[in-house]
Every structure is written in C-alpha cells, then in structure tokens.
Design a protein around this ligand. Structure first.
Ligand code: DUC
Ligand code: ZN
Ligand code: ZN
Ligand code: ZN
Length: 484
C-alpha cells in the first residue's frame, strides 16, 4: 500500500517548504519537491500544510479518580484526538495503594487496547517501598522511561520529599526522567479546609485553595530535588509565572528542566470560576486552576522564548453529573477538563494566527519537542524518511465554532464552547492509514499501537540496592480504590 501527499507545504519544527510526501505501508519513505512515485492513492494537499501528527503527552483516559472514573476512555478520547490532529497520546498509569507497578501496567495495557491512536504511558509513583524500587527498571524495560510524582492530592496520590528524592535517584540510574505535578499538597489541603470552614463551598473557592505561590513552591522544590539527584525534570501543567520563573532559573543554571503548559491555561482565565451557574464553573474545575491574564502572558512568552517547550491538555473529562458530586463541597468536584480535540485548532488560531507563535514553533510545541523529550524522535514528531507516517493535512482556511454537539468526546459539554477556530485538520493519517477525514473518524477502536520509548543513557553509574532510603509506608490512602 502506497500513498502520496501532493501539492502541500511541509511544515516541521525547523522548516517550511513545498514538498510531496511518499508513504509506503506505515512509514514515510520519501519527502521532496515534485515526487513522481507511483502510488495507490494520491492525496491532494493543495492549499494545505503537511505537518507531523500531534502528540499529547498528558492524558487521563478512564482514570479512577476522586471516587469516579474520567468518562472519556481510550476509545472516545482517542477518537477526539484524531479529529483534532493528534495521532499519539501518553497516558498516566496510576498504581492503587500498595499495587505493584507491573500489575498496574497490565490494567493500563488492557484499557488502552481500545485506543485509536498510538499510545504510551508514564508510570506514576503513588507509594514507595522496595517493591516499587525493584519494579522501576522493569517498567523501563517495557519501554516506559518516565515516572510521574504527584506533589498534591494529600492522602491519595501525593508523595513526600523523601519518597521523591529516592525515586528521582532511582530514575537517574535507570535512564528515566521524573515528571511532577507541582503543587504543595499540604498547603492546598489546609486552604481547602479553611475555605470550607468559612462557608465557601462553591466552585469559586477552588482557585483560592490553590494559588500560584503553592505551585511555584512545589516547582522549586522538585527542581532542587532533581538537581540533588542529578536527573532532568519535566513539570506538567505549568500554569503560572512562579513555576515558569523557576524553570527559567534552572535552565539558566544548566539544568534540563522542561515545562508543559496546557491549552486550557493559555486561553481560559480565573474569571471562569465566578460564573453564577454552578455547572458552568464546576465543569472548569481542574488542578492547577485557571489563572489571571498576567500568568497567561507569561506562558505564551515562554513558548516563544523556548523556556517552555510543550503544549498538552491533561485531558481528563468528567460529565456534568460527575461534577455534581461536589455540589455541597467544592473539594469533591472531580478535577479535570477536556481539550484533546481542540488543542491544535486553538493553538493555531490563538497562537499562530495572532503572531504569538510561528508555524514551526507550533509544530515543535505540539509534536517535535515532545517526541524528543520522550525519546521517540524521529520515529514520531518528524516528516522525514523512515518516520512513522503520522501526518496532518492542515487546512489553514477552515473555520468552525467549537461546540459540544459536534465533539467526539463522550461528555456533555466543552470548556471551549462557542470559541471560533480558524485552521483545522482536513485529514489525519496514523501510521499511513487515513484515521480522520472531513469530520469523520476512520480509525477503528483498537487500531492504535503501544509505542516503546527506550531508556536514556543513565546519569548515575551503577544500580544501587534497596537501602531503605526512606521508611517504607504501606499506609491506607483514600481516593483511589485498590485494584481498579
Ligand atoms: N489535575 C486535574 O485537573 N485532573 C487530573 C489530575 C490533575 O492533576
Ligand atoms: Zn491501497
Ligand atoms: Zn496533575
Ligand atoms: Zn494530569
């Protein structure tokens, strides 16, 4: 099976040029002007940009969380991804308290069997003892080179500094990179109780319980711990100047620290929580919360300057009914918003079309930088000979208004309702197959494949043995039911 994409303008992270793309089976085999290869199928890309498929490095499909499961699973969530030009997703595997990493991974493989896009996982370190320590290299052997640490969600997912330092040190010796959700979980828990005690139980209190300082402190702490452990660090959902400033400072010092803003934080601000309609505000409850315009400007500047590298979604979609679990108490509103279908069109419309980003910076932030950081470049994130044929045929003149009625996500609303976009995928190819075309998802449930991400060269010299670096804690943690 061969295909040729003719007449388009190829846009990569470093070049913009007129070229055709020849595809054999699932790979790109030639890129260049006026190719005259015979092909089974000719795709006319006149007037379009031909770009690497988007990679979303941060999703939570069918995740057990806050007493429920996120409603988009790997089926509906990855259908939405393809409709928005995203051809690969990286989800978080969350072991339940005292559950082994490999055991949890089996559950995630099972869930991801429904994926329509290619996929990978980050492994979360949700508790710490010898079993976790021993299993971390086995996770890396399975092609997962990133470990996530929640510094918030006290009493459920949160890990402490001693656990983080031990885990980061382990990452250093197995060629893995730690990721952090940076928020000071102790302070958040305190502020939540204080706000509730003062009678603030509505969604408007959510933002006040997680101010930017709380995020900045945790980011600085994680950076220090990574520095002491001698590992690079990736900070997910950077939402504010405080975290961005910490990242800038670390990079200036020569540390490899990466920052990932979300499309939600770039475009939606804290006034969303002041809406009188409870459902409207609760649907937008996510952590970290939306911030002020000044913080948004900092994030946009960071993307242009290169101090922030990636735009993701943290796609974690709950229905309005699920959000209503927190009707009496904002701390019980399941945290999370969707965005996987809208990420590229929105970043194009409000980033490229406004002049805040170049087209090449757009490709870097939505695909190429992610592939490099996650060690799958140039198999993903590139339009070069030998790469997987994950390609978007992007129509810069297509327009629509975002609305829940036409989205592929399984939830009943979108936080971007009513926003116009100008620039949309006309067609999305996933490993050479047409996975989305003109409004219709063509890839089937289960068409996606697991993408192995090899280890990086270890920064530490040798594997250590379990030395009880930290007192093992087999405590009962609320929030995530065992064995789900
Ligand atoms: N934040 C969210 O809003 N949802 C999922 C997990 C997270 O950290
Ligand atoms: Zn054919
Ligand atoms: Zn998070
Ligand atoms: Zn997340």
């Amino acid at each position: 099976m061969t295909k040729i994409i003719k007449g388009g303008t190829v846009v990569t992270a470093d070049r913009t040029y007129k070229a055709d793309v020849f595809i054999q089976h699932d790979k790109i085999v030639a890129v260049g002007p006026d190719l005259n290869h015979d092909a089974d199928h000719v795709i006319d890309a006149t007037g379009c940009y031909v770009m690497p498929g988007g990679i979303d490095p941060h999703t939570h499909m069918e995740m057990p969380f806050m007493g429920t499961h996120s409603t988009d699973d790997f089926d509906s969530g990855t259908a939405a991804a393809l409709a928005g030009g995203t051809t690969m997703t990286v989800d978080f595997c969350l072991p339940a308290p005292n559950q082994g990493l490999i055991d949890a991974l089996q559950q995630w493989y099972q869930k991801a069997g429904k994926a329509r896009t290619d996929y990978s996982f980050h492994m979360a370190i949700t508790w710490w003892d010898k079993q976790v320590f021993d299993e971390m290299p086995k996770v890396v052997e399975q092609g997962i080179n990133t470990f996530k640490h929640f510094m918030a969600y006290k009493g459920s997912l949160m890990v402490n500094d001693d656990e983080m330092f031990a885990s980061f040190s382990r990452c250093a010796e197995i060629g893995a990179m730690p990721l952090v959700h940076a928020e000071n979980g102790d302070v958040v828990a305190f502020l939540q109780q204080k706000l509730l005690a003062e009678g603030n139980n509505g969604p408007e209190a959510h933002g006040f319980s997680r101010p930017p300082e709380v995020e900045g402190e945790a980011a600085n702490r994680a950076i220090m711990i990574a520095d002491q452990a001698g590992v690079p660090l990736y900070i997910v959902h950077v939402s504010c100047e405080q975290t961005h400033e910490a990242i800038r400072r670390a990079r200036q010092k020569g540390m490899r620290v990466f920052g990932e803003p979300l499309i939600q934080h770039l475009l939606l601000d804290e006034t969303e929580y002041l809406n009188d309609d409870w459902d409207y505000a609760a649907r937008r409850v996510m952590s970290p919360p939306f911030r002020s315009k000044d913080h948004q400007n900092s994030l946009w500047a960071g993307l242009a300057a290169g101090s922030l590298q990636v735009v993701a979604t943290d796609h974690c979609a709950f229905t309005t009914d699920q959000k209503r679990m927190g009707l009496e108490d904002f701390t019980k509103i399941p945290n999370g918003t969707g965005g996987i279908e809208e990420r590229l069109p929105l970043l194009w419309t409000y980033g490229v079309r406004t002049g805040r980003l170049t087209m090449n910076e757009f490709v870097a932030a939505t695909s190429t930088n992610i592939a490099k950081i996650l060690n799958i470049y140039p198999r993903k994130g590139a339009i070069v000979e030998g790469a997987d044929a994950d390609i978007i045929i992007w129509d810069p003149e297509a327009t629509k208004t975002i609305t829940a009625a036409s989205q592929k996500s399984a939830i009943d609303y979108t936080v971007f309702e009513g926003m116009p976009v100008h620039g949309l995928p006309r067609m999305t190819l996933s490993r050479g197959r047409v996975a989305y075309e003109e409004g219709e998802v063509k890839a089937g449930t289960g068409d996606g494949r697991f993408v192995e991400r090899p280890a990086n060269p270890p920064v530490a010299k040798a594997l250590s043995t379990w030395k009880e670096l930290t007192a093992p804690r087999r405590v009962e943690r609320a929030g995530i039911p065992a064995g789900v």
